[in-house]
Ligand binder design. Structure first.
Ligand SMILES: Nc1nc2c(ncn2[C@@H]2O[C@H](COP(=O)(O)OP(=O)(O)O)[C@@H](O)[C@H]2O)c(=O)[nH]1
Ligand SMILES: [Mg+2]
Length: 197
């Protein structure tokens, strides 16, 4: 988190993380579409050995005296080596972990989660996190939280954690997940990001 005194802006970094194809890009696009900024999301192809793709966009909220600037990234991580922590994860203030709720994606979800955990090390559990159980429209096992994913991860160690069923292609639960994370990052902040969702 960076406070810029010159222009009175607080800069916050949020990363959407998760396995490939879980719905990160769709989630970010959907989030930005609430603020009519869908077109400002950039998908960047950074070629570092293998081709990595990530998304980046900025949401700027102006108060009377101060401004809040959210830098929003997505990262897949599947191509990163655990020893080289990607720049996208440096200085992150909050995470949205996007799970693919289909039963056949369980292994990918777990692998991606463990990778994220390795990248952060002991710092991991201090980071505010929202787990987005995405593609819940395709989860035939409605009683199973993302088909068992939650039973494989040590989420109880987190100080600030929340779970949301989401359907990114329909925008369901997306704004809600984001505002939940913002509440974790700024517990005292009384901003209304919630349009009925
Ligand atoms: N049925 C369904 N499909 C989704 C959902 N979210 C994303 N998708 C689809 O899953 C595919 C991968 O989504 P994308 O956002 O590109 O995944 P990313 O690799 O994590 O960025 C695309 O075809 C999306 O349309 C969802 O909630 N439900
Ligand atoms: Mg993507």
């Amino acid at each position: 988190m960076i406070f810029n005194y010159d222009n009175k802006t607080l800069q916050v970094k949020i990363v959407y993380y998760g396995p490939a194809m879980s719905g990160k890009t769709t989630s970010i696009k959907s989030l930005f579409s609430y603020f009519k900024k869908e077109d400002s999301v950039k998908s960047i192809d950074s070629s570092v050995g293998r081709t990595l793709f990530f998304d980046f966009g900025v949401l700027h909220f102006k108060g009377t005296e101060w401004g809040l600037k959210f830098l929003i990234y997505s990262a897949t991580g599947q191509d990163f080596y655990a020893s080289t922590r990607p720049a996208t994860l440096n200085g992150v203030d909050g995470l949205i972990f996007v799970v693919d709720s289909q039963i056949e994606s369980l292994d990918h979800n777990i692998r991606s989660w463990n990778e994220l955990k390795t990248l952060f090390g002991s710092e991991f559990y201090n980071i505010p996190i929202v787990i987005s159980l995405n593609k819940s429209d395709l989860n035939k096992n409605q009683n199973q939280e993302a088909n068992g994913f939650l039973s494989y991860i040590d989420y109880k160690k987190f100080k600030q954690i929340s779970f949301k069923n989401t359907v990114a292609i329909k925008g369901q639960g997306i704004l809600n997940s984001f505002s939940e994370l913002v509440k974790f990052v700024f517990p005292q902040l009384k901003i209304k990001l919630c349009i009925n969702n």
